[in-house]
Write a protein that binds this ligand. Structure first.
Ligand code: CA
Length: 653
């Protein structure tokens, strides 16, 4: 619904700029602005900075009946729309043979070299270069699997190297014959220490070298890229980069996937890529990224990211998606040494139908437009063969479920100029209100908003809560409530927790004796916080005491709380122990040095806990309140011992 509204606004005011691009390529008019999308200008972007869209599934999508539209609402070649939007490159994965013996496709776009040639041909028509992503597998290759192509099974590493060289060369020659403008070739996809079934660097490097050698021969101008995932583990990146150096692997670009949900901070990304660029004098880039514009699924196949998956500061919205990708572009362009580009992954992989999973499933099976078809079981029986289905990233596309471009798609062009619109609230963060039952409940007057430019502001909020509802929360004792309201025209939410604060520090001695004053009034053999779960009432720690036979135990343990508001409070403390002889044990409350209330306690035997409760009224502004326990054991035959735990001072509500 929202996307439609955005479209209408965009159609009314998009100004188009004519730019002639690419020798022999069709004339492309680039988008010039957006009515309601804020785009931060990234300074110093090189003219040749790579803005790539991976479009591997697009032919299968079109065969499935999916239509793509331009910004004017009319059906239009998606490659033209991308070129208008500032995209400069198209990426396509290539599988050796993603078909079963009967010619049924495994899915994921059934991307063999013929698919890549057609995608490349259409890209080249609009002046877009191609990034060719060889998986050297018959289906998905990623950190969890790098399966050998069936035709290469059983080969020695020498034979496999030759096969990889011949295969790469034949594929690239097909692209060359079709006059496809190949800008970059990947020798493997997310090759985290495995490739084409090889699991040692000694062998992996041969496959990479074979791919590079073929690329240099067929497309000497193209860059050769290696590609890894998981930059959040920089030590692995250091290790892999050093292996590439050790084996003198031929490559130009050290590329990484960067999915903001899983792959660490932008600072970490810039740091590890810069280090590798600097150390080995290489170019670096983000070879895959994406961000959701909605939490909703539209194709009946569950998505990898949904409700609750937001990265802080980037709401799941068209604007949030834009801000996230602009920040990644800025990071690679300005904060990373030798950063040359960013690839947005599968931004057009949208639903093939709106009826049902069953209906879509038929289409995915027939045209390979889902992530996997059931036919993939002949190659990958344990994953694709079991969990085949549709798109898990339709909510991360830059086209809505009907094929209309989202305003966010324009960012690839507008990031060069910036696009200023009035800044307003884009999403409201949920507020947490925690209130002691004895305190006056006050709802916050402002909430924290993520603004369209990505900044944060406190803005006024109106809560939809009546005085009667507020009174009910105030007087309802310990409970939790969810309330909502309105801020900046958006829905605001708060969770209100009415609690009983325990005003004591380290009340169960889990933080040691912090806050406690423990005073031995007779010489004590043992008086300390002990870590022994079996002797604790809760947690693993408690206050332990012991004196050798015949010695009198006498001590106090207490703490003072300042600034309590007027009200009625409860103090509770527990003790267990034995061999006490004649005992004088009590919990107490003191004020101005005088005991104003006390409650007797005793020790009997191991694990027989005795608990004292004292209730007291406190007037506002009174001096600090001291609560504690006094223990005296005398005339004991065996040596008195005991454990003290779980002191609580809270409102009596
Ligand atoms: Ca889906």
């Amino acid at each position: 619904m929202k996307a439609k509204k955005i479209m209408a606004a965009a159609m009314s005011a998009v100004l188009l700029l004519s730019i002639l691009s690419g020798c022999g390529a069709a004339k492309v008019e680039k988008v010039k602005g957006s009515d309601d999308l804020y785009v931060r200008k990234v300074e110093g972007l090189a003219d040749d900075f790579i803005m790539d869209m991976d479009l591997s599934s697009v032919l299968a999508e079109e065969a499935s009946g999916v239509k793509y539209y331009g910004y004017d609402g009319k059906e239009q070649d998606i490659f033209l729309t991308l070129a208008q939007s500032g995209v400069t490159h198209i990426r396509v994965r290539v599988w050796n043979d993603p078909f079963d013996a009967d010619g049924n496709g495994f899915g994921g776009g059934n991307c063999d070299i013929d698919t890549a040639v057609e995608i490349g041909r259409r890209a080249t028509k609009y002046g877009l270069k191609l990034i060719v992503d060889f998986h050297y597998s018959d289906f998905w290759a990623d950190p969890s699997k790098q399966m050998v192509p069936r035709a290469w099974q059983g080969m020695s590493i020498e034979e496999k190297t030759e096969a990889a060289y011949q295969y790469t060369k034949e594929c690239l020659e097909k692209l060359k014959a079709a006059k496809v403008d190949v800008g970059m070739v990947q020798t493997g996809n997310e090759t985290n220490a495995a490739l084409a079934g090889e699991k040692t660097w000694f062998n992996i490097q041969y496959i990479m070298q074979a791919g590079a050698r073929a690329t240099r021969e067929v497309f000497p101008e193209a860059l050769v890229a290696v590609h890894f995932a998981n930059p959040e583990t920089p030590d692995r990146y250091r290790s892999w980069a050093s292996k590439l150096e050790y084996y003198e692997v031929d490559y130009d670009v050290f590329a990484t996937s960067y999915y903001p949900y899983w792959h660490g901070t932008l600072d970490n990304l810039a740091g590890i890529l810069s280090e590798i660029a600097e150390t080995y004098d290489k170019k670096v880039m983000v070879m895959e990224t994406s961000y959701a514009y909605t939490a909703e699924d539209t194709d009946f196949n569950g998505n990898t990211i949904g409700e609750g998956g937001e990265v802080k500061g980037y709401p799941f919205s068209v604007q949030g998606q834009t801000n996230c990708i602009v920040d990644i572009i800025d990071t690679i362009a300005n904060k990373t040494k030798n950063g040359i580009g960013v690839v947005y992954w599968e931004g057009a992989w949208i639903t093939v139908g709106t009826e049902s999973w069953e209906k879509n499933h038929e289409i995915w099976e027939k045209y390979g437009s889902g992530w996997a078809s059931s036919y993939a079981s002949v190659y990958d029986p344990n994953d694709a063969g079991k969990y085949y289905g549709g798109s898990a990233v339709d909510n991360q596309a830059m086209f809505d479920s009907e094929g209309h471009p989202l305003e966010s798609l324009k960012l690839f062009q507008l990031v060069r100029t910036g696009n200023a619109v009035e800044i307003k609230a884009e999403a409201i963060e949920t507020s947490e209100v925690v209130c002691d039952v004895a305190q006056k409940l006050e709802l916050p007057k402002t909430v924290s908003a993520v603004m369209t430019d990505g900044s944060k502001q406190e803005i006024p909020v109106e809560w939809d809560v009546t005085q009667a509802e507020l009174d009910k929360m105030q007087n309802g004792g310990v409970a939790r409530y969810e309330i909502s309201g309105t801020a900046g025209g958006l829905k605001a939410r708060a969770s209100v927790s009415m609690v009983k604060f325990n005003y004591l520090k380290s009340p169960s001695f889990e933080e040691g004796d912090e806050g406690w004053t423990i005073t031995a009034l007779q010489p004590m053999d043992q008086l300390y916080v002990e870590d022994k779960e079996g002797d604790s009432l809760s947690g693993t720690k408690h206050l332990h005491f012991w004196n050798a036979s015949g010695k009198t135990v006498e001590f106090t343990a207490e703490q003072t709380v300042e600034g309590l508001q007027s009200g009625t409070y409860d103090f509770t403390i527990s003790i267990m122990g034995g061999d006490g002889g004649t005992t004088d044990i009590y919990a107490y409350i003191k004020q101005n040095g005088q005991i104003i209330a006390q409650e007797p306690l005793e020790i009997t035997s191991w694990k027989e806990w005795h608990t004292a409760h004292i209730r007291i009224g406190v007037l506002d502004g009174e001096a600090g309140l001291t609560v504690g326990i006094y223990v005296k054991c005398s005339g004991a035959g065996n040596g008195a011992w005991g454990k003290i735990d779980d002191a609580i001072l809270n409102s009596a509500d």
